[in-house]
Design a protein around this ligand. Sequence first.
Ligand SMILES: [Zn+2]
Ligand SMILES: [Zn+2]
Length: 150
Amino acid sequence: MNMKKPRLKEILHDYQLRVTPGRCDVLNHFLRSSYALSAKDLENRLPQYDRVTLYRTLHTFLEKGILHLIPHDGGFAYFGLSESIRLQLDNTARASSNTHYPDHIHFTCTTCGRTECLSDYMIPQVTLPQGYQIKDVDLLVKGICQACQV
Ligand SMILES: [Zn+2]
Ligand SMILES: [Zn+2]
């Protein structure tokens, strides 16, 4: 099931990006996926594009805030769709592209290997010793996902 092209164009337009077939296809994959995707996943799913195009598209989406990088120790970087786009799709809120959302927890399943954004679960407040300054906090929780619990 493909997302309607106008919707993809609308999102690219919101983020001041020129509409290209590659950008539409990559964005469409993220919109349809409930879990995070790696560059490798995209290479497998979109064999019609060369690696350079896919990497450049991912990089552009990261820069614009359409995607966010998910910490991962598996050797691949994973990317998740930005919260403001998810909210727009859910129609729960009309979020603008520059709304700041607190960072959420990421979860990776040790059974199926899928990584996902737990968007409703925020990273708890972190306190550091005096003289230390926080710039960024990532939290990747490992465990067993709902689908893998038997
Ligand atoms: Zn799983
Ligand atoms: Zn995330």
